[in-house]
Design a protein around this ligand. Structure first.
Ligand code: C2E
Ligand code: MG
Ligand code: MG
Ligand code: MG
Length: 287
């Protein structure tokens, strides 16, 4: 009860703070005080097979509902969480949620679905990270093949040797590894050869206007060709139009993700989306 009362008074005074304190400070203080279970929520966005349109995975994307400032984008709060040193706890909280939810997806769909989770570069070198993840999966009875860890390209560039070891270890356990936002960082090519990724995610800046932008088309073609030559699957991010999807099919991209299929949704709404997929698949099988 005390906590509730405290929160109400906090709400009451917060508008006053937001006028006098810079947004950054309000958010950072909020993040420190946030019990993860209260204001953070994991949303999910589907990944579809490019040609068949079948569901191949879900990406977990975290949202922060600030009591006063409303929905805060991870683009804003993830760097803050890194700065104030709580990102590792936050990412493990996300992993725990994802594992718990995994059972539900299987119930709704009738088969298990792989979930991709973003990990901050800041916590990659946390001691025994692969072992912690392995134990978490085991505790929730989730097969390692059902998890994919996404790492943003620019992130791992530091401490390359340690990152290489970490990726190897995750892959040895059977966890998938994806290089995120590919094409936006540095030394992309050397990276692919050195690091043990199973998936390459093409950044959305290259997907935009793919149907009428010859430069992006050439780049995406080259990226997909290169990824396949190295044995990586490709996922296009930020697919918004049918025309972009058509191009990606022609190019031979493996999977797609974007507003064309669905925005990231809260778990309860994603359950409805998955139930509709199950019915569609069932109808298709019976037809
Ligand atoms: P990301 O992993 O590259 O995620 C893709 C971003 O593109 C997401 O932004 C998603 O909402 C957005 N998106 C998806 N489809 C479309 C589309 O069709 N068009 C456009 N314009 N955008 C689309 P979001 O959710 O704001 O996340 C931003 C970034 O924050 C993520 O980029 C990821 O790097 C990071 N992030 C999100 N959740 C977590 C988390 O739990 N832990 C960590 N460490 N990072 C996270
Ligand atoms: Mg990602
Ligand atoms: Mg990305
Ligand atoms: Mg990103």
């Amino acid at each position: 009860y005390a906590a509730k009362e405290q929160r109400n008074s906090y709400r009451l005074f917060a508008p006053h703070w937001t006028e006098t304190l810079p947004r950054q400070l309000v958010l950072e203080n909020g993040l420190r005080a946030t019990a993860l279970d209260g204001e953070l929520e994991v949303f999910y966005q589907p990944q579809m097979d490019c040609r068949s349109g079948r569901l191949v995975g879900l990406e977990a994307l975290t949202r922060w509902n600030h009591p006063v400032l409303g929905l805060i984008s991870p683009q804003e709060f993830i760097p803050m969480a890194e700065e104030i040193g709580i990102i590792a706890d936050m990412d493990e909280w996300v992993l725990e949620n994802v594992c718990r939810q995994h059972v539900r997806w299987e119930e709704v769909l009738g088969y298990p679905v792989k979930v991709a989770v973003n990990l901050s570069a800041r916590q990659l070198h946390r001691p025994h990270l692969p072992e912690r993840i392995r134990q978490l999966l085991q505790r929730h009875k989730v097969d390692p093949s059902q998890l994919e860890i996404e790492i943003t390209e620019s992130a791992g560039l530091t401490k390359a040797e340690a990152t290489i070891r970490l990726l190897k270890e995750l892959r040895r356990i059977g966890i998938g590894t994806a290089i995120d936002d590919f094409g936006t960082g540095h030394s992309a090519l050397a990276y692919l050869k050195k690091f043990d990724f199973s998936v390459l995610k093409i950044d959305k800046t290259f997907i935009r206007g793919l149907d009428h932008d010859p430069v992006n088309r050439a780049l995406v073609q080259a990226i997909v060709g290169m990824a396949h030559a190295l044995g990586l699957k490709t996922v296009a991010e930020g697919v918004e139009t049918e025309a972009e999807l058509e191009r990606l099919k022609q190019i031979g991209c493996d999977a797609v993700q974007g507003y064309l299929f669905s925005q990231p949704l809260p778990a309860s709404e994603m359950e409805k989306f998955l139930a509709s997929i199950r019915h569609r698949d069932k109808d298709a099988a019976e037809a």
